[in-house]
Design a protein around this ligand. Structure first.
Ligand code: ME8
Length: 514
């Protein structure tokens, strides 16, 4: 029975169209999901939309439509984005679905039964944009009289009757959680921030609202709707059916292995969420990983298309694999990064088209021409052959370790380093010259090169699924030979196997006006 791996993105607010940040998170999480699937895990990958709350309501009002209409229209765009980006998500959850209402009411009842929910009245500084209350000391008063929260959004004074969650009770258990499970929050700097926030003291959290009704009713007191973050975080449980149907197919995926989120919502995932779960007596997710923010460097993107910034036009302009490769390779995952037209073009032309594409083209066209289109028969391996093969063989173990720390950029750097070495090897061995002087040695060099391409092609599948697939096609690999089990157990290309005609896999990006 394969090990299970359950990973999620944050669920996005569908109060507008998807933007590059949403695309970035989906692509990165998708690469991790694909990696784990290829590595033999039974994977569940979840994404979706977070549809309740006052922000949605206000946005809908401003457009003269209902919040449900707004959610329907934009959630469809988020689903389309996941498809366009090659998302391999197994489900797409919408918090307005009936299955989610049931799960939220169930977790609420459990927290209430544990004695962690009580009614009181609330007053405090509330930011609609962040959907969060802040302490006075976390806000700043501007010269013009407006008051801003810690993320720079305006806050207003709100008083209402509210249910509270005894967050204060969980201060010590949370600190113990971070202490006992140092990998619960990543990267490390985020864990330190969270731990120091918790250490500074936790106040009970207002978890219901009476001023609007676009949300999930509190069981037994329907004039309250749940605070949108109780509702939102519970999505991760809903989709497994763990609460509704503990014997169901997906229930065993809980607890989640990984929540991938952006750095602005760490507090909700690493403080509130484990506290809610502890209160409800439910198992905790194993890890929360916060990526950085992605910005447009402010330059014009493709000159022919104008300023391309939405994910759909980025894919249209550059092609999906270039876009995926660029964001995962260029930006150290966990840090902020920029994208620009020149960045995308230079990175993908130099590494995918030149380094990898040309090597495949040059070596496999020699195979087609001089080895009757069959995998060449190698002779004895030289020192150089063994060195490059052993570097390539070492990649899987390295990539696994990077994957478990979500270091996607390191995985790509390690893979591309082997491709660069393979180019040097190929140039140094000069198989085109060997063709006349030592045909057997030429075959060995072409075999070793093809084998490196196979290993690299297998490992690139999570990142550039379509192009890696084309590379594996021209190496003659069937579907059953594309899992990472084909990187172990001494599996190698089988000499004399017929190969399809080589086709270009990574064309260069050429600016239209050039
Ligand atoms: O926060 N670069 O939704 P959201 C990278 N509904 N990531 C970015 C980004 C950027 N420029 N802008 C936003 C919410 N993100 C809640 C989540 S989860 C139970 C509820 C990331 O639509 C952001 O950090 O504002 C978050 O992880 C995700 O996009 C959705 O953001």
């Amino acid at each position: 029975m394969a090990d299970r791996y359950y990973l999620t993105t944050a669920i996005s607010y569908p109060n507008g169209k998807p933007h590059i940040g949403h695309a970035y998170e989906l692509i990165a999480t998708d690469a991790l999901a694909r990696f784990k699937r290829l590595d033999g895990y039974e994977v569940m990958f979840l994404t979706g939309t977070d549809e309740h709350g006052i922000k949605m309501l206000q946005n809908a009002r401003a457009q003269g439509i209902t919040p449900r209409e707004l959610a329907d229209a934009n959630s469809a765009e988020f689903q389309r984005m996941a498809e366009v980006l090659g998302g391999s998500n197994d489900d797409f959850i919408r918090t307005s679905e009936p299955r989610h209402r049931l799960a939220c009411q169930e977790i609420w009842k459990r927290m209430e039964a544990a004695g962690d929910i009580y009614k009181d009245s609330y007053s405090g500084w509330y930011s609609v944009r962040d959907e969060a209350y802040y302490g006075e000391d976390e806000t700043t008063l501007k010269d013009d009289g407006t008051r801003l929260g810690p993320q720079g959004s305006p806050v207003e004074w709100i008083e209402e009757e509210s249910y509270f969650f005894r967050l204060s009770k969980f201060q010590e258990p949370l600190l113990k959680l971070y202490e006992d499970n140092p990998s619960f929050v990543g990267p490390n700097e985020r864990r330190n921030e969270v731990a120091s926030f918790v250490r500074s003291g936790l106040r009970d959290l207002s978890v219901s609202r009476t001023t609007f009704d676009w949300g999930i009713p509190v069981p037994g007191d329907e004039k309250h709707v749940m605070y949108v973050w109780v509702d939102a975080l519970t999505n991760y449980l809903t989709a497994t059916g763990y609460l509704a149907d503990p014997e169901g197919d997906r229930a065993a995926f809980w607890p989640a292995d990984l929540h991938v989120i952006g750095k602005d919502i760490v507090r909700f995932h690493a403080v509130y969420w484990p506290a809610f779960l502890m209160s409800a007596g439910l198992p905790l997710p194993k890890r929360v990983y916060a990526h950085g923010f992605l910005f447009n460097r402010g330059e014009k993107m493709s000159k022919s298309v104008g300023n391309v910034i939405d994910p759909f036009s980025l894919v249209e302009t550059y092609g999906l694999d270039r876009f995926r490769y660029f964001v995962l390779r260029e930006v150290p995952f966990g840090q902020d990064g920029n994208y620009s037209h020149d960045g995308i073009v230079n990175r993908t032309n130099s590494e995918l088209a030149n380094d990898l594409g040309n090597l495949a083209q040059r070596s496999l066209s020699m195979v087609a021409k001089h080895c009757e289109g069959r995998v060449p028969q190698p002779g004895e391996f030289s020192e150089a052959d063994r060195a490059i093969l052993s570097d390539a063989d070492a990649l899987l173990a390295k990539c696994r370790a990077f994957a478990d720390r979500q270091e996607l950029h390191q995985m790509l750097a390690a893979i591309i380093a082997v491709v660069s070495d393979a180019n040097r090897y190929f140039a140094g061995e000069e198989p085109w010259a060997l063709r006349k002087t030592d045909f057997d040695r030429m075959q060995t060099v072409l075999y070793v090169t093809a084998e490196i391409l196979r290993i690299v092609g297998l490992l690139l599948q999570p990142f550039v699924p379509e192009s890696a697939g084309k590379l594996l096609d021209i190496l003659g690999l069937d579907e059953a030979s594309r899992g990472f089990d084909s990187l172990a157990n001494g599996t190698r290309l089988v000499p004399n196997t017929d190969l399809p005609a080589p086709a270009p896999i990574f064309p260069r990006y050429v600016d239209e006006e050039k």
